[in-house]
Design a protein around this ligand. Structure first.
Ligand code: FES
Length: 239
């Protein structure tokens, strides 16, 4: 019979944070998210957590489970063991229990301008891209913005200005896109004090990504591209 040990905290109550344990029935194929719903619907309706798609697509159910950041909907209880310790994502304010305020995380994503910027006038027809050019984006497009990498990164936890692994991985997606015309400006921004060079290459982000993406390598590529742009005069400062 699995036991869930869950972080509980309600900042509005003024009380301290604590862990609460719940006994769950044994059920074949039960995910951690199934277990949380079982608690919510049958044991304790005050438990707060986020989820939406329940199939590893929306990224909303990321939390710290059994010692690692994971998606609750993709984590089988049997893979964790009989005691399942769960706490919320790190580096962000706790709204309640397992729900954190993701605004700072999404603000950093917005900072990298996650959209194509044309070199001149916007095209009147669609941008054409060859299969080879499109294939260059494959290592970066599957990010579901779950914030597991961001929470696992000690630099993101100690430097609130640092863009973090998710934003930097996505930034490379636009730098690598043949249709984008703002590479120089992007690289100048990403080479700043809070950008790629702030990464200490700890690799936590690479280990926890539920989509098996590799933000560490993406950041290393951004560093090389920034240096190349700087020494070839292709980096453009803006603002
Ligand atoms: S609920 Fe959407 S990723 Fe888990």
């Amino acid at each position: 019979m699995p036991t869930f040990k869950i972080f509980r905290y309600n900042p509005k109550s003024g009380g301290p944070a604590y862990f609460q344990t719940y006994e769950l029935p044994e059920k074949k194929g039960m995910t951690v998210l199934d277990g949380l719903y079982h608690i919510l619907e049958n044991i304790d309706s005050t438990l707060a957590f986020r989820s939406s798609c329940r199939q590893g697509v929306c990224g909303s159910c990321a939390m710290h489970i059994g010692g690692q950041y994971r998606l609750a909907c993709e984590t089988q209880v049997v893979d964790i063991g009989n005691l399942v310790a769960i706490r919320p994502l790190s580096h962000m304010k706790i709204v309640r229990d397992l729900v954190v305020d993701l605004d700072p995380f999404f603000a950093k994503y917005t900072e990298i301008k996650p959209y194509l910027i044309p070199a001149g006038e916007p095209p009147v027809r669609e941008f054409k891209q060859s299969p080879k050019e499109r294939a260059k984006l494959d290592p970066y497009v599957d990010c579901i913005l779950c914030a597991a990498c961001y929470s696992s990164c000690p630099v993101a936890g100690t430097d609130e200005k640092y863009l973090g692994p998710q934003a930097l991985l996505k930034a490379l997606r636009y730098v690598a896109d043949s249709r984008d015309g703002a590479t120089g400006e992007r690289l100048a921004y990403l080479a700043s004090d809070f950008g790629a060079f702030r990464c200490h290459t700890i690799f936590n982000c690479q280990q926890v990504c539920p989509k098996e993406l590799d933000p560490s390598s993406a950041i290393a590529k951004l560093k090389m591209k920034s240096l190349w742009a700087k020494f070839t005069g292709r980096m453009r400062q803006t603002g």
